[in-house]
Design a protein around this ligand. Structure first.
Ligand SMILES: [Zn+2]
Length: 122
């Protein structure tokens, strides 16, 4: 016998279909990161590919809240003056080169590098 779903009593039906309010400020890379990237072309290419892909998804109207969440996570993983990820060190106690595994993982997922079925040619 199917169980009843939770009731919607006391919940405004219009409110339940209203999208969540967006965060007013789009997460951005710091000025220090932008300056650091200017001297590190390999890292700049990777960061740009991730950032541009997120912007393309946003322009296409794809899931703005998760895109903001990804950007926010990425802004935690910015380089120190010596080119190490400032957040990964806190988690692992080891210095990780920027772009760290978080940037590589998100890039791979966005571009379908970890799942050949997602690639445009496959
Ligand atoms: Zn990191």
């Amino acid at each position: 016998m199917p169980t009843a779903l939770p009731t919607q009593q006391g919940i405004d039906p219009a409110a339940s279909t209203t999208p969540r309010p967006r965060v007013d400020v789009t997460p951005q890379l710091s000025d220090r990161t932008v300056a650091w990237l200017a001297n590190h072309p390999h890292a700049r290419r990777l960061v740009r590919s991730v950032w541009d892909t997120l912007a393309e998804l946003e322009r296409a109207g794809q899931y703005p809240a998760p895109i903001d969440a990804l950007r926010r996570v990425l802004t935690y993983h910015q380089p120190t003056a010596t080119g190490r990820c400032c957040t990964c060190r806190r988690w692992t106690g080891r210095r990780h080169r920027f772009p760290c595994i978080v940037w590589h993982q998100i890039r791979g997922e966005l571009l379908g590098l970890f799942n050949p079925a997602k690639t445009p040619s496959g």
